[in-house]
Ligand binder design. Structure first.
Ligand code: G3I
Length: 481
């Protein structure tokens, strides 16, 4: 049995303000049950959806150092408010049986490696893997599997240009592999500080480079983000003349308008407002310069400017609101539903909700919870996307935590597969080497799908987490961790 806790990223200012009205009266009762079985053997029997006719054989060898230790449970964070308990029973959607497959992996990407290592990178200090490349006759990969599952793509964030990713040939080869990734999200290059470093002086150099790189391998781009609390320019956070409601609203609208105009239909979608809601109390407005100066109307002003820009330029770009801790039913998710309803009642364009999904292994919402939550949004006639998926571990990783992580990845991806209007899944970068996690959560990491046992600029190796994503996309039944 595992205990789920809420994820507290600590990325926002902690001060929160009165919850939007739609959150105040909401009470949700759900029950969560999750059974986890730890096991050493890597051979398992899987159940296959009845619609699936092919049988796959995979081979994988995972060697764990004998010194691997389990270092304790992940830390819990803020609980749901007392009026809300979250629960559901985890269930598999599979309905027919059964093809035995040895749980093995055959890395098939253009980059593969046979490696036995004592790694010097802190994301994987204890696990040694041996991966054997097996050429495949037909295209395979996460994006291929996602499309076969009826999803638009399987995508990844990337932090290029300007970081080591852009100079790492192994990273770039995998990023450019269209079979693996059909979408890309700029981790930083389209954010406010990068695109409008001085007021009304725009710099699209990094963003344009990202677009060029992503489009070269046919990727769609979830452009990220227009208005957020973080990574703002100094002229916004430390103005020469204090902001008034009118002056900051004008600056906000100008930014939204000009950036949408510039990137146009190169963006599949824009995260118009990022992380508008607080965790404390869950579902209140998050404090930031926009809210503190303009009040909650800043949110609607951003969407109004975005709606106008899309119309004026005859764009097809979709408009999203994106947040974390809204991946399961609770006050914050309910408050987000309220924002969607309010946007619609004002006839503002809102096409989807981004579910960030920065999870901790063993503490993720059950698949059934995630499905129910997605359906609560899609019932409002919007799409959902899993926008920033990663599953971090307490370091060092162990056999048990890695298997749990695989299951957690599986559950989120499988939830998206189960919901027709879940457009796709985006992982928040794909190699531990470049993950944002270790610097933000010291002692945690190993959150991505690949690792580089030799460090940056060395071959990539697929992790069990990769298999979890692929198995979910292929409709293979859930297996115990
Ligand atoms: O570019 C500088 C580099 O010149 C410098 O040497 C280095 C030293 O620390 O910093 C580099 O900038 C860093 C930047 O990432 C690029 O790697 C910043 O310090 C660092 O704060 C920044 O972190 C980003 C973080 O947002 C900021 O809050 C992460 O890369 C980015 O992945 C992360 O993304 C957010 C999403 O936008 C919203 N949801 C949560 C998600 C994870 O925090």
């Amino acid at each position: 049995m595992t205990t789920r806790s809420l994820l507290t990223l600590g990325l926002l200012a902690s001060t929160a303000f009165a919850a939007p009205n739609w959150a105040a009266t909401s009470t949700t009762t759900v029950t969560k049950t999750k059974t986890t079985t730890e096991h050493e053997t890597k051979t398992k029997t899987t159940t296959v959806h009845e619609t699936k006719t092919e049988t796959e054989t995979k081979t994988k060898t995972t060697t764990l150092k004998p010194t691997v230790t389990i270092t304790g449970s992940c830390s819990a964070s803020a609980p749901l408010s007392s009026s809300t308990s979250v629960s559901s029973t985890s269930s598999s959607s599979s309905s027919a049986s059964s093809s035995a497959s040895s749980a093995t992996t055959s890395p098939s990407s253009v980059i593969s490696a046979t490696s036995t290592t004592s790694s010097t990178i802190n994301t994987n200090p204890t696990i040694t893997k041996t991966a054997t490349d097996v050429p495949t006759a037909t295209a395979s990969g996460l994006n291929v599997a996602a499309k076969n599952a009826g999803k638009r793509w399987l995508g990844t964030a990337a932090d290029i240009p300007g970081t080591g990713e852009g100079a790492d040939p192994y990273y770039l080869a995998e990023f450019n592999n269209a079979n693996e990734f059909g979408e890309a999200t700029p981790a930083n290059t389209m954010k406010f500080f990068a695109t409008e470093p001085q007021q009304n002086v725009f710099n699209f150099t990094g963003g344009d480079y990202f677009v060029q790189q992503a489009k070269a391998s046919g990727k769609e781009i979830r452009c990220h983000n227009l208005i957020w609390a973080n990574q703002l320019s100094d002229w916004v956070t430390s103005p020469a003349v204090p902001w008034t409601n009118a002056t900051l609203t004008a600056a906000l609208r100008n930014h939204v308008t000009k950036v949408i105009e510039h990137f146009g239909d190169d963006c599949y979608s824009w995260d118009v407002v990022n992380e508008p809601l607080s965790d404390s109390p869950a579902g209140a407005w998050a404090a930031n310069v926009w809210y503190n100066t303009i009040g909650e109307e800043y949110f609607f002003q951003a969407f109004d400017a975005a709606t106008q820009a899309v119309k004026a330029n005859n764009l097809a770009v979709k408009l999203y609101v994106n947040d974390y801790n809204i991946e399961y039913l609770g006050n914050k998710s309910i408050a987000m539903q309220g924002l969607v309803k309010e946007l619609k009642s004002r006839s503002l364009q809102i096409d989807g909700v981004g579910l960030e999904s920065h999870f901790i292994a063993g503490e993720t919402p059950a698949k059934a919870d995630q499905v129910a939550n997605m359906q609560a949004f899609t019932a409002l006639d919007v799409d959902v996307v899993v926008t920033e998926l990663d599953v971090r571990l307490n370091l060092p990783a162990t056999a048990a935590s890695e298997s749990q992580q695989k299951l957690d990845y599986y559950n989120t991806v499988s939830a998206c597969v189960s919901v027709a209007r879940c457009v796709g899944v985006v992982v928040w970068d794909f190699v531990d080497t470049y993950s944002w996690i270790p610097s933000t959560f010291p002692g945690q990491g190993y959150g991505d799908l690949f690792l580089q046992p030799g460090g940056a600029n060395t071959p990539l190796v697929k992790k069990e987490a990769y298999d979890g994503v692929l198995e979910a996309l292929e409709g293979l039944a859930e297996i115990a961790a």
